[in-house]
Design a protein around this ligand. Structure first.
Ligand code: ARG
Ligand code: MN
Ligand code: MN
Length: 301
């Protein structure tokens, strides 16, 4: 029962400053003690210090912004998180922007090639270099993991280890046109907020797991973007979209995944303490901590 906190103060996958402060706020809010109180042994030896790559030496590739920096940082994260998984520890990666999941999921799949990914987000983050209109790589990590789109030599370390049938989304509500086509063409199962409204979160999680993990015997990587929650619940994030998961719906997903006993890695991404007022920041950081606790076994009774 050992968790390794992987603090990733990184914002290069998107343009807003402050998301690199997310992990620092989460740890300062007491996350580590809270997890120890749940009975975990927690490893944490400080936030990761990433090597700087200056913008001068990192010109755009097509429209992609900071491509070498993002690639390099994600490769480091893949090695660090992957090492924890190899040692039988459960990495909890605190972002930072969601491009980091390119690293964390690579790390998981290196040890557990049959792992499934539950991606909880307002966004699908599955743009390719051909479909992205923003050039922000935090909107693209899933396409790299699946090996979609043109090959980009700077990202050649990312192996397409994720199979479309081992990926499922919950909470979607803001997809680019190209992303909708990618989901259809690749038969990727996605539960949008429409499905949450229609079936309720209980049925949605059950259907999502039935799809990626029918016998409940495959390892699970949960990648949770805090913007999956409604902005009234988690206001301090870079790309908020109204109509999101309620406080309970978000926590229910984490609790249900904990109950499977199959969780092997967890990401909590896109907490940006520089956006919004102090009370909104406090609220978002607190929700981030409680989502992590729920995924790691905190129960209501
Ligand atoms: N789809 C948009 C883009 O490609 C937004 C992505 C937002 N991603 C996130 N991890 N918050 O830029
Ligand atoms: Mn998002
Ligand atoms: Mn995301």
């Amino acid at each position: 029962k050992t968790i390794a906190i992987v603090g990733c103060p990184f914002s290069g996958g998107q343009p807003k400053h402050g998301v690199d402060k997310g992990p620092i706020h989460l740890v300062e809010a007491g996350l580590i003690t809270q997890l120890e109180e749940l009975g975990w042994h927690v490893l944490f030896d400080g936030h990761h210090q990433f090597e700087e790559i200056s913008t001068a030496s990192d010109p755009p590739i097509g429209i992609l912004k900071n491509p070498r920096l993002v690639s390099h940082v994600c490769e480091c994260v893949a090695n660090v998180a992957g090492e924890h998984v190899r040692n039988g520890h459960l990495p909890v990666t605190l972002g930072g922007d969601h491009s980091l999941a390119m690293g964390t999921i690579s790390g998981t799949l290196n040890s557990y090639p049959d792992a499934c990914v539950v991606w909880v987000d307002a966004h699908a983050d599955i743009n390719t270099i051909d479909t992205t209109t923003s050039g922000n790589i935090h909107g693209m990590p899933v396409s790299f993991l699946l090996g979609l789109g043109p090959r980009i030599p700077e990202f050649s370390w990312v192996k397409p280890l994720l199979k479309p049938e081992r990926l499922v989304y919950i909470g979607l509500r803001d997809l680019d046109a190209g992303e909708k086509k990618i989901l259809k063409d690749n038969n990727i199962r996605a539960f949008s907020m429409h499905h949450v409204d229609k079936y309720g979160i209980g049925r949605v999680v059950e259907m999502a797991l039935d799809h990626v993990n029918p016998n409940r015997d495959l390892p699970i990587h949960l990648s949770f973007d805090v913007d999956a929650l409604d902005p009234s619940v988690a206001p301090s994030t870079g790309t908020p979209v109204r109509g999101g998961l309620s406080f309970r719906e978000g926590h229910y997903i984490c609790e249900a995944i904990h109950e499977t006993g199959l969780l092997v890695a967890l990401d909590l991404m896109e907490v940006n303490p520089s956006l919004a007022d102090a009370e909104s920041v406090r609220q978002t950081v607190a929700v981030g901590c409680s989502l992590v606790r729920s995924a790691l076994g905190e129960s209501l009774l």
